[in-house]
Write a protein that binds this ligand. Structure first.
Ligand code: IPE
Ligand code: IPE
Ligand code: MG
Length: 254
């Protein structure tokens, strides 16, 4: 019976993407192609976020995790960073009431201590407003780095050990995973990166261990619903073996 239940859940894993994570890359190049400042690309990127959220609701996706600003992006020119922070405040202010009506729950992951106070206030208000929604969980990674996430989780465990609440021997993958930023929604089924580069760029290092990867040449502001639907459709054909054999996963021992 336990075997049967195990098989059923794995077969479901091969069928539908429930959680999609996207590295939204290519805004700057999109702007450059049009002889526009980089910021125009970031603005166009916000529109693509809106379209993608709609598409995910239609496709029945449960969780969408978007990489908006990495730990390393702090190294960009001050003007670009400042304008991005202002754009985040503006986008949340404008779009969250609408997202709320659509039943979208919003969570921000990343190192909030690095963010300007007005953005933190806007984030807290947005999360509170949408906390009860269940149609789609939209997770946005801001000032986020996969390595920071793991270090942050380790610090939490270390504190428990120092306080005598936990023995070193009790530290295991489950206890660490519970302290990773995506502990609630869990690991993505499908990862997409737009912009033509095939790299992770310090996104969800812990959570991508068994995620299916898809790299697209489309620049983020040009990313459309049709492409997302095609990628999600293609995912359904992939056999996720999680280290096992094909026969174990499909139950086909012929
Ligand atoms: C992604 O687009 C947005 C952020 C990292 C904030 P880029 O700004 O990296 O665009 P390209 O890669 O320069 O085209
Ligand atoms: C990844 O894009 C980060 C985000 C999309 C937020 P980058 O443009 O920062 O990645 P690299 O520098 O090309 O690796
Ligand atoms: Mg880039």
């Amino acid at each position: 019976m336990a075997d049967q239940a195990d098989k059923t859940s794995q077969q479901q894993d091969t069928m539908a993407a429930r959680h999609i994570a996207i590295v939204m890359d290519g805004n700057g190049r999109w702007a450059k192609q049009r002889m526009l400042p980089r910021h125009a690309g970031h603005r166009a990127g916000v529109k693509a976020v809106r379209r993608t959220v709609e598409a995910c609701v239609e496709l029945g996706i449960r969780t969408l995790t978007l990489f908006a600003f990495s730990s390393e992006n702090w190294g960009r020119p001050t003007e670009e960073v400042q304008k991005l922070m202002t754009l985040f405040v503006e986008a949340l202010n404008k779009q969250v009431p609408e997202l709320n009506e659509q039943g979208v729950r919003l969570t921000i992951i990343g190192d909030r201590e690095q963010l300007p106070a007005d953005l933190v206030r806007q984030i807290e208000a947005s999360e509170a407003m949408t906390a009860g929604n269940e149609r789609l969980h939209l997770v946005i990674a801001v000032a986020y780095g996969g390595r920071w996430d793991i270090v942050n989780a380790c610090k939490g465990l270390a504190r428990q050990v120092a306080d005598g609440e936990l023995a070193v021997e009790e530290i295991d993958e489950n206890r660490l995973a519970a302290r990773i930023q995506l502990a609630g929604p869990g690991d993505p089924d499908l990862f997409i990166r737009t912009g033509g580069d095939s790299r992770i760029s310090n996104f969800l290092l812990w959570n991508l261990a068994y995620t299916e990867l898809h790299f697209s040449d489309t620049l983020w502001p040009d990313f459309e619903q049709q492409e997302l639907a095609a990628v999600v459709g293609g995912f359904q054909g992939r056999e996720r073996r999680f280290g096992k054999t094909s026969a174990q996963v499909t139950g086909d021992h012929a």
